[in-house]
Design a protein around this ligand. Structure first.
Ligand SMILES: [Zn+2]
Length: 303
């Protein structure tokens, strides 16, 4: 059975075929397309099915695992909330994609999972967390997400929504714009989307890469520094809660030159002294591949 993983982002969707007969697992080929426009349920179903069809042949049986930027219900078929997509609450996305593919002659089994959880699974199989049993992947991009592996198992929680660290209330209640409906959340303080909105409002380049490159300028520093402090508090809070072997940064923002070193330095002051010798902050070397590999690996839990 061909195993296909999809990483659904706010701006792009990447899909690929993963070979799990190798160790570490290997992404054989992949393709990235723009996220559907508008970012709504029906275009999402169509985009996901169309991408699977690029890799699956007619009559072939395949597995399609999808990593989604938001909250996934415990049944791993139903979307609870996608903060960057409209009208997806309660959508049985896995079933909808299976049906769409069946109409086109592809026998597929589909499963969904939070994208950061997929990134955590992928890092464990092919990335920075190979051999680790306790680690956290923090995804920094359109939103802020996390995936926790504790004692060798992905932590899902009582309702399937564990590790939503982007929605930790680390900031004041004056932040009210998070797409989840809660206030004071790390995602609103520090995601690329929010930083770019603030940059645009200040007349600066509205892309994180440019903003990061000009961070020595006071007007850019005034936007970036509070975000780094919020992230550092988040990383320290995750560390004292879980005592991981490593926190691994993933996602587009994580590749900014010097970001991990800057966050590690800022996080140290928030950590209790006994944690400091063990504190390890790494940057993923898989680029965007971890979530695709992790999504494709969901077949193991869907058999
Ligand atoms: Zn939130």
């Amino acid at each position: 059975m061909k195993r296909i993983g999809l990483d659904v982002g706010g701006h792009t969707i990447t899909a690929g075929v993963v070979d799990f007969s190798r160790s570490p697992a290997k992404l054989l080929r992949s393709e990235t397309v723009a996220a559907p426009s508008p970012r709504m349920a029906e275009p999402l179903v169509e985009a996901a099915a169309a991408l699977v069809m690029r890799f699956a042949e007619s009559g072939e049986e395949c597995f399609a695992g999808m990593g989604l930027p938001g909250f996934v219900a415990k049944d791993r078929k139903t979307v609870a909330r996608l903060t960057n997509y409209e009208n997806c609450d309660g959508l049985a996305l896995g079933d909808a994609v299976e049906r769409r593919l069946a109409e086109r002659g592809i026998r597929a089994k589909a499963a969904i999972e939070n994208d950061a959880n997929c990134a955590a699974l992928g890092e464990g199989m092919a990335g920075e967390a190979v051999g680790m049993e306790d680690y956290v992947v923090l995804t920094l991009g359109t939103g802020v997400g996390a995936g926790i592996v504790s004692g060798g198992r992905l932590v899902r929680g009582a309702h399937g929504m564990a590790a939503e660290c982007g929605h930790m209330a680390l900031c004041g209640a004056e932040l009210t714009g998070c797409g989840c409906g809660g206030a004071g959340h790390l995602e609103e303080a520090a995601s690329a989307d929010w930083l770019e909105r603030r940059a645009k409002g200040a007349g600066l380049p509205a892309d994180f890469k440019s903003l990061w490159q000009m961070r020595a300028a006071p007007e850019a520093e005034a936007i970036i520094s509070p975000a780094l402090e919020a992230l550092a508090r988040g990383i320290a809070s995750i560390t004292v809660t879980l005592d991981p072997e490593a926190v691994i940064l993933s996602g587009g923002m994580s590749r900014a030159d010097g970001l991990a070193e800057e966050l590690a330095a800022r996080a140290q002051k928030y950590l209790p002294e006994p944690f400091r010798p063990y504190f390890t902050l790494k940057t993923s070397s898989l680029s965007g591949e971890a979530a695709v590999i992790g999504a494709a690996s969901l077949f193991r839990e869907s058999l």
